[in-house]
Design a protein around this ligand. Structure first.
Ligand code: ADP
Ligand code: MG
Length: 232
């Protein structure tokens, strides 16, 4: 009986996820469809056509983002863990995220120690988690002048401490309380899945997340992850 109940719940969650995915993908698709029709109706207006194509490409980009968010939560957590150096991961993530930060006129700074900081984790999952936090921080700064995001790595008490600090829009207390809940998003184009996924990965590694934030001032996330050793 218990198993039946669990399966039923799982099925409900699945249909919920399917409905929400369909809903989110339909919006940009409808937009692209509309713009393609407009292009067909106004083939002589080059300026308008360029605009329609630009918007359509943005909408397609949006569907790609939505799909990759959903894909990441659909994957079971990787069992394959290895000893990885977070300094190297930060270097890589800095290179990946710099163009995104530039595009939003946000400065991205990386502060890491000279020596390696090793944790036992799946490198792809850690990369995705860092990406999600940095992406949110950059997005939070996109409307403020002199937007700045600092990604910092230190160690403390047998833990790696990753902080992501921004001087963006910040959050209210009720928003802070909802962080990590599935579908919680304050963005028009948000899926509300990035932190859900990230919190799951961090908790599965025995880590934790702390957040301090103030509306109109900025946000600081601190991710604590147990240090790994060669023996463990
Ligand atoms: P999404 O980015 O798709 O909205 P996330 O799960 O990544 O979903 O984030 C959920 C919500 O948490 C965001 O919509 C935003 O309201 C809030 N949030 C997360 N990070 C920050 C941040 N650095 N500054 C302000 N708000 C944030
Ligand atoms: Mg996000």
């Amino acid at each position: 009986l218990f198993i039946k109940h669990a399966q039923h719940e799982k099925f409900e969650t699945m249909s919920h996820v399917a409905a929400s995915l369909a809903h989110e993908v339909r919006n940009p698709l409808t937009a692209v469809k509309g713009f393609l029709k407009l292009i067909r109706e106004n083939p002589e207006n080059r300026v308008k056509m360029e605009q329609y194509i630009t918007i359509s490409l943005e909408e397609i980009q949006r569907t790609e983002t939505i799909l990759s968010d959903y894909l990441s939560i659909s994957k079971p957590h990787a069992q394959r863990r290895e000893l990885i150096d977070l300094c190297g991961q930060m270097q890589a993530i800095g290179e990946v995220m710099s163009p995104f930060a530039n595009m939003h006129n946000v400065g991205l700074e990386i502060q890491k120690p000279e020596e390696a900081v090793r944790i036992k984790a799946n490198p792809d999952e850690i990369k995705q988690v860092l990406l999600n936090f940095i992406k949110n921080a950059v997005e939070a700064c996109s409307e403020v002048p002199n937007g700045r995001v600092i990604l910092r790595l230190t160690t403390e008490d047998r833990h790696a401490v990753l902080t992501i600090k921004d001087n963006g829009v910040g959050m209210s207390e009720s928003q802070i309380n909802r962080l990590g809940s599935i579908y919680f998003s304050t963005k028009t184009n948000g899926t509300g899945l990035g932190l859900t996924y990230s919190y799951q990965v961090i908790h599965a590694l025995g880590g934790s997340v702390m957040v301090t934030s103030k509306a109109q001032v900025g946000t600081k996330f601190a991710i604590l992850l147990p240090l790994g050793s060669v023996e463990s």
